[in-house]
Design a protein around this ligand. Sequence first.
Ligand SMILES: Nc1ncnc2c1ncn2[C@@H]1O[C@H](COP(=O)(O)OP(=O)(O)OP(=O)(O)O)[C@@H](O)[C@H]1O
Ligand SMILES: [Mg+2]
Length: 299
Amino acid sequence: MSDDPAALFESNLHSLRLIARGKVRDIYRVDADRLLIVASDRISAFDVVLPDPIPGKGMVLTAISNFWFGRLGDVIANHLTATDPASVLGDLRDREIVRDRAVVVEALRPLPFEAVVRGYLIGSGWKDYLATGMISGVRLPAGMELAEQLREPIFTPSTKAAAGDHDENIPMAEVERLVGAKLAETVRDSALELYSRAAAHARKRGIIIADTKFEFGMTPQGELRLIDEIFTPDSSRFWPADRYASGSSPASFDKQYVRDYLETLDWDKRAPGPRLPAVVIAGTQRKYREALDRLTGQQ
Ligand SMILES: Nc1ncnc2c1ncn2[C@@H]1O[C@H](COP(=O)(O)OP(=O)(O)OP(=O)(O)O)[C@@H](O)[C@H]1O
Ligand SMILES: [Mg+2]
């Protein structure tokens, strides 16, 4: 699929048993309590994995997510363990394959919804607002513009769609029905606090975090943990603050660049996805790197 030998489209490790491939990450079983999550260079758009990887993207995602987990550990405990991925891989080639793109995490039971926080009106939130005046049952003022900042960030959970399907925004009441009122409230409050902390940091670095998605999981003892990835360009919309204006779709450091290219094609948004021109691959690579660089000050 990939023409770039430096890209990791798919990992096939020998040391551990593969238990799942997500659209972007490959998940391996370490032992009863732990998983190895490998971030590949796959990119998905409109929920379809594209045939061309973005070389180095998995490393960028891993670095960004680890940066935030480190900064935000006081808001809520997360799934990271201190285990070095190399230490659970007997095969030396495997260590090379996952270098800088893997984490060893606690194996948790994911809660059956996506915890989305929005600070701006865009994407499926904008669509729902136009259709109903609400997102996830939260009513918004009339007459808002595309990409306008909300009066305050809102929690707009969504379904976890099965493969091939798209997520749908659901009201808080549905989350309460799924996991109970108390847990639903803790998740909402944690998600809003994480967003406000990260958004404040990013803003100082010239980035607006327009919206973001978290996943939460439960330990066997019934404790809540933040899992998956956080505040990456795959799970969030990052806008350069100096180019932001409400009323039009802003420039971004995230997947929007690829989506915009795909919108120029005659593609029905079903698998298989189209090939990406080299210039779009390079442009995406640059945008992801710039997000890492700006947010963390590293490269
Ligand atoms: N600590 C954890 N314990 C168990 N599962 C986890 C943990 N962290 C992340 N996951 C799961 O690993 C997967 C990450 O892979 P990826 O992001 O590629 O999947 P996705 O395409 O977003 O979703 P899907 O799983 O529907 O394909 C997600 O299904 C996520 O729920
Ligand atoms: Mg995911």
